[in-house]
Design a protein. Structure first.
Length: 138
């Protein structure tokens, strides 16, 4: 099970500051498991409300956060099954870490994360194109 203290602290440092804040917001919503207000999110990650207010519209456009009723927010429903998703991604991460050349990088973790982001971006692109081709008339 993912816990707030374990995950939020674990990933700080190798992400750009903006991404760190957005990551912390998503993780807070995942760990909380319920819809939260802007103030609740800000209090939970110990930042100003204005910073959360700045990031939420960006995150909504990215599809990371979903606005609900009464100015409340939640993570994408798929993220509520994060433990299930981890079961499927752990073998990918393990396989990727076996073939990593990291002598020129800051850390192996950084190399794996960058390559995972690239991998998932490519998979997403491929999925979008396959979906588009299916919807096109023959």
């Amino acid at each position: 099970m993912i816990t707030k203290d374990k995950v939020i602290v674990h990933r700080k440092g190798w992400l750009p500051k903006t991404t760190q804040t957005q990551y912390r917001i998503v993780l807070t919503l995942v760990v909380n498991g319920n819809e939260m207000t802007l103030s609740e999110i800000a209090d939970s990650i110990k930042v100003d409300r204005q910073l959360v207010a700045h990031h939420l519209p960006i995150m909504i456009k990215k599809g990371l956060v979903v606005p609900t009723t009464d100015k409340r927010y939640m993570c994408q429903p798929v993220m509520n099954n994060i433990d299930e998703l981890i079961k499927y991604t752990e073998p990918i991460i393990q396989k990727m870490s076996e073939g990593i050349f990291d002598e020129h990088a800051k850390s192996t973790e950084n190399v794996i994360m960058e390559n995972l982001m690239c991998y998932f971006a490519l998979m997403s692109y491929d999925f979008k194109n396959k979906k588009k081709k299916k919807s096109e008339p023959n």
